[in-house]
Design a protein around this ligand. Structure first.
Ligand code: C2E
Ligand code: MG
Ligand code: MG
Ligand code: MG
Length: 291
């Protein structure tokens, strides 16, 4: 009887669709709560020069545990937060927490080590530059300690707002990385319109590289292109020594992946940074001023 009724009322909804929309509602509510009461944390994944001699960067990655659903992957909840606009508040928390981490890590003020922070397009509409400037001042940090990771999508049809803010960030000395390069909307036009400091080659290329000569050729070509544009190249998702060797041979500057280190707590990355050491010469640092 009840089953019969249920089937009529939810005629168009399969149990899977229903479960997905319930989960979505639970995520939205959970995020709202976490934004107000706290509940996020950051972990840090090391990035090494491809000769393995120095830690050039680390990437800050957001973690969240829902009170009932347990740990939720950022791939899932960042999407929800972007759709609802909650990403602006969450992104501000991430930037603040990343600055606290930089205070603890205390890297040299010359760009030899940078902390990468992922930033969503919506944050540019909420005065990203002002927010970052305020945080750097408040924590007495050097802009050359920061790298902002953005996606290709943001650069495909950039508003003047985005354009101006990216230029200001670079003029301050913050570097700009293109995340997941090659997966979506790569267009040579934006590489011409913007000075990019770092290209992060997506994990999908690294994964297929060993068996696929075309993927290997692409990694080499992307690396040469980047170097011509005075950008550095990071390969993402490096899991095997064979991949690391191949990437180094192709000229990739730095490596990130489980082979070199999982995302870890602040204390752990701090210890690793001081045991590993920093590069002697700073990576290419953007000139301040003229762009
Ligand atoms: P991403 O920025 O490309 O970050 C790299 C992702 O690859 C991370 O996943 C990291 O844990 C994972 N990874 C690193 N090395 C390996 C490897 O060797 N093998 C494999 N299989 N995976 C590896 P995570 O932490 O789950 O983050 C997923 C995505 O969520 C990030 O991709 C980024 O787009 C987004 N995200 C994470 N934190 C933030 C944040 O604070 N703000 C924003 N807007 N997005 C974030
Ligand atoms: Mg990233
Ligand atoms: Mg990435
Ligand atoms: Mg990626």
């Amino acid at each position: 009887q009840a089953k019969e009724q249920g089937r009529d009322r939810y005629h168009f909804f399969t149990p899977e669709v229903e479960a997905a929309s319930l989960r979505r509602m639970a995520l939205e509510g959970g995020l709202r709560h976490a934004v107000r009461e706290g509940g996020f944390s950051l972990v840090f994944q090391p990035i090494f020069s491809s000769d393995g001699t120095a830690m050039t960067k680390a990437e800050a990655l957001l973690r969240w545990t829902h009170p009932e659903l347990g740990p939720v992957s950022p791939a899932e909840f960042i999407d929800v937060a972007e759709e609802t606009g909650q990403i602006v508040a969450i992104g501000s928390w991430v930037l603040e927490e990343a600055c606290r981490a930089l205070v603890a890590l205390d890297p040299p003020r010359d760009g030899r080590f940078r902390l990468g922070v992922n930033v969503s397009s919506r944050q540019f509409s909420a005065d990203l530059v002002g927010k970052i400037q305020e945080l750097l001042d408040h924590h007495d940090l050097d802009p050359r300690m920061l790298e902002i990771e953005i996606t290709e999508r943001l650069l495909l049809h950039p508003s003047s707002e985005v354009h101006d803010q990216l230029e200001t960030l670079r003029a301050m000395g913050i570097s700009i990385a293109i995340d997941d390069f090659g997966t979506g909307y790569s267009a040579l036009s934006y590489l011409n319109a913007f000075r990019i400091d770092t290209l992060k080659i997506d994990r999908s290329f690294v994964m297929s590289m060993e068996t696929d000569a075309r993927a290997r050729a692409l990694v080499g070509a992307i690396t040469r292109l980047a170097h011509t544009l005075e950008a550095r190249v990071v390969a993402e998702g490096v899991e095997t020594p064979e991949q690391a060797n191949l990437l180094a041979a192709l000229g990739v500057d730095s490596l990130q992946g489980f082979l070199l280190g999982r995302p870890m707590a602040l204390e752990a990355i701090r210890g690793l940074l001081y045991r590993t050491g920093l590069p002697h010469e700073g990576p290419w640092t953007p000139p301040s001023g003229d762009l």
